[in-house]
Design a protein around this ligand. Structure first.
Ligand SMILES: [Cu+2]
Length: 153
């Protein structure tokens, strides 16, 4: 009886470990393409942006590869917005998730949620040259023009 139970338990534990590992890795690899979370102390520059009514105050941000930037975003619009750093594929996937679960809180290291009037900062280290995007992935916002390009060279 004890033996039988042990044999049942082992595959369950392995399955749980496998799932936990897969989930843990799931959100990470795509970050490699557009950078990684940065520590505020390592930031070489601060870039301030205002999120307004379906737009940001900046359309393009130029960054050197390897640079750590502290973004400070203020929401002066009448509704809630996000500031999300990603590549095109990340935003496409995230917009789909937001459409499926509009109330899902975003607390990933590459994003901040901003209520009207709120100011938050996000520090990001850009590790690879390329054209990336910042944007608001709340359904309809990105498509309405709430995005900008981050040129990493
Ligand atoms: Cu928005």
């Amino acid at each position: 009886m004890k033996c039988a139970r042990r044999f049942l338990c082992i595959p369950v534990v392995w399955l749980a470990c496998g799932l936990a590992l897969a989930h843990g890795l799931e959100g990470k690899p795509e970050w490699n393409t557009f950078g990684m979370p940065g520590t505020p102390g390592a930031a070489t520059r601060t870039i301030a942006l205002v999120a307004g009514d379906m737009r940001y105050s900046l359309k393009t941000v130029a960054v050197k590869s390897g640079e750590t930037i502290r973004f400070v975003i203020t929401n002066r619009g009448p509704s809630k917005h996000e500031f999300v750093i990603g590549d095109r594929a990340f935003h496409a996937q995230h917009i789909k998730e937001m459409e499926a679960m509009p109330d899902m809180p975003m607390d990933e290291a590459n994003s901040v949620d901003l209520k009207p009037g709120e100011t938050k900062s996000l520090t990001w280290r850009f590790t690879r040259p390329g054209d990336y995007l910042f944007g608001c992935d709340i359904p309809g916002h990105f498509q309405a023009g709430m995005s900008g390009t981050i040129k990493v060279r």
